[in-house]
Design a protein around this ligand. Sequence first.
Ligand SMILES: Nc1ncnc2c1ncn2[C@@H]1O[C@H](COP(=O)(O)OP(=O)(O)OP(=O)(O)O)[C@@H](O)[C@H]1O
Length: 229
Amino acid sequence: MISVNNVTMQYKASTRPALRDLSLDVDKGDFAFLIGPSGSGKSTFFRLLLKEDKPTSGDVYVGDFHVNKLPSRKVPKLRQSIGCVFQDFRLLQQKSVAENVAFALEVIGKPRNTVAKVVPEVLDYVGLSGKADRMPYELSGGEMQRVAIARAIANRPLLLLADEPTGNLDPDTSREIVEVLDRVNRRGTTVVMATHDRQIVDSMRRRVLEFSNGRLTRDDAHGVYGLGG
Ligand SMILES: Nc1ncnc2c1ncn2[C@@H]1O[C@H](COP(=O)(O)OP(=O)(O)OP(=O)(O)O)[C@@H](O)[C@H]1O
């Protein structure tokens, strides 16, 4: 699903590379935690997968996309096949729960009847049926993140990238959110989650990829948080 081969990323404004000769693969259906201290390159890795930046050298593949060689006109197709969830939820504040999810489908041209069918299904899937007409400011943090996950999976992406999705949530709510991500994964979506949450990583015992100074320093199939982070 993801294949990154000898990738180095040197930002022009920076003196040292954000990623150094990074090679890793994530198979279809995997669930992987990405850990490592602030500045170790986790967000840069996500940006390269989404073609928000171009590596200085090396190759990036997501599914059938050769991302670093992808012409601009095909970038929207790539991004449609990758769902994204962030620490700060990024909901549209003027739109209801249902409208937030519907909007994500409308902007990629899904027909009205598909949107009408998918939105309640996906809200139900993340445990938000009954909250469709709420506004974001009427929701708890955990509920906001559920909306963000619903929006990210509505188009059934191949890959879900979650960048510290529990960073603003208390431990119990964090656990619930990771359970939702786990369910999404068990349905077949590959999930990569960047996190500083030791408890979550230790309780899940899924694959752990640890970055340090832009390098992959650990890759455990059923890892714990360990000393890193
Ligand atoms: N646009 C940019 N221009 C210059 N340097 C950048 C840019 N974005 C990131 N960097 C640098 O690249 C390195 C890796 O940053 P990155 O954001 O990928 O780390 P991270 O592991 O995601 O950190 P965090 O856990 O805080 O999110 C850091 O040294 C950072 O300062």
